[in-house]
Design a protein around this ligand. Structure first.
Ligand code: ADP
Ligand code: MG
Length: 224
């Protein structure tokens, strides 16, 4: 057996990931981070603002290229695979919903892009709205929703294309503490129920422990 084959190859593998922003001097936002997440596992990276969490997540998902290192899924190198072909999804802190689409229209977006037939799409959207506790609200304008409801829509939208990995960037940080704890537990159950592997980054220890199976600490661009 080769040395490589003795390593776990299921799920996400990040090796020596470095993200550098050009400038004088350049900013090394992520400095040689390595981590593995097994399929179905939910891991949180917990660290203060500015420690490189969003930069790391962007590189893993593929919205920003790393300056060094590798990103693999089940051993397959995805480092240079474009974002839409990685099969990863992302949820942002402020949801970033499409303001002119209804709730259902937001959730349907990724399915429209994938040209999923109408009937199948409608059924999947209805099922997802039920999963996130918004059954029957599909025709609402997103401007009529509370902050918690908005994040539920963002979660349903990102889950619609059945991502193998969901990256969550402080998904509950804009909500009040009470709602954060409750919705955190729900997010965990939804990821479980859909068999989605999760990578969460947050500065909030409660958010991390409510959602994740395992919490890693990050400081100054490194895992500590
Ligand atoms: P976090 O998400 O933990 O708050 P970030 O990844 O956003 O951390 O930022 C890490 C470091 O990289 C910070 O010093 C930040 O100022 C810097 N940074 C983030 N984005 C950029 C960018 N687009 N250009 C230059 N520097 C950036
Ligand atoms: Mg951030």
């Amino acid at each position: 057996m080769s040395a490589a084959a003795t390593h776990a190859t299921s799920g996400l593998q990040v090796r020596d990931l470095t993200v550098t922003y050009p400038g004088r001097p350049p900013v090394e936002a992520v400095r040689g981070v390595s981590l593995e997440i097994a399929r179905g596992e939910i891991v949180a990276l917990l660290g203060p603002s500015g420690c490189g969490k969003s930069s790391l997540l962007s590189a893993v998902v593929g919205v920003a290229p790393p300056s060094a290192g590798e990103i693999r899924w089940d051993g397959e190198d995805l480092t240079r695979v474009p974002v839409h072909r990685r099969g990863f999804g992302m949820v942002f802190q402020d949801g970033q919903l499409f303001p002119h689409r209804t709730v259902a229209g937001n959730v349907a977006f990724g399915l429209e892009m994938a040209r999923v037939p109408r009937a199948e799409r409608d059924a999947r959207v209805a099922g997802l709205l039920e999963t996130v506790g918004l059954a029957g609200l599909g025709e609402r304008a997103v401007s009529e929703l509370s902050g918690g409801q908005r994040q539920r829509v963002a979660l349903a939208r990102s889950l619609a294309p059945s991502p193998r990995l969901l990256a969550l960037d402080e998904p509950l940080s804009s909500l009040d503490a009470d709602l954060r704890a409750r919705l955190g537990e729900e997010v965990r159950q939804i990821l479980r129920a859909t068999g989605t592997t999760g990578l969460l980054v947050t500065h909030d220890a409660e958010e991390a422990s409510a959602i994740a199976d395992r919490v890693l600490r990050m400081a100054d661009g490194r895992l500590v």
